[in-house]
Design a protein around this ligand. Sequence first.
Ligand SMILES: N[C@@H](CCC(=O)N[C@@H](CS)C(=O)NCC(=O)O)C(=O)O
Length: 159
Amino acid sequence: MWRLYQFPLCPFSRKIRLLLGEKGVPFELVREDPWAASDMFFNLNPAGRTPVMVHADKELVLSDSRAIAEYFEETVDAAPMINGSSTNRAEIRRLVALFDENFFADVTAPLLLERMKKRIVLREPPDSRMLREAMRLAHGHLDYMDYLSIPDLGSQALR
Ligand SMILES: N[C@@H](CCC(=O)N[C@@H](CS)C(=O)NCC(=O)O)C(=O)O
């Protein structure tokens, strides 16, 4: 049985939970708070970041959401996520990178810092300017998603 070491609010952990659900891979959840990672967790992933997947029987440890996602894409046929032509697959990988890097940096990381880490770990009040700026940037990202979801407009990006 796979074990997923994850933090519930971590978007990279969430991506893997959704992927495993879609592909029908059974797994157990193990909560790991990245700011208080144990020595055992650092042994699994020296980067000290969630998510990490472990299969004790197969003696496998997988770290980094993209590496984990690609592993299951290559080993489980059900619910293919990176499919179509080479061009389509490149576009899928571009969008994953956009959300993992830009959306995370602009929106998720500041919201996690201001709303969760400052409250639970740092015992500081949130900075309302940072929250407003993250929400402003979120609207820009959501507008882009709308644009991509209108077939004629979105497909122009591929031409
Ligand atoms: N590129 C990594 C990013 C993982 C990541 O940044 N996870 C955060 C939680 S959402 C973390 O563990 N941060 C702790 C740290 O950077 O020390 C992935 O895709 O898995």
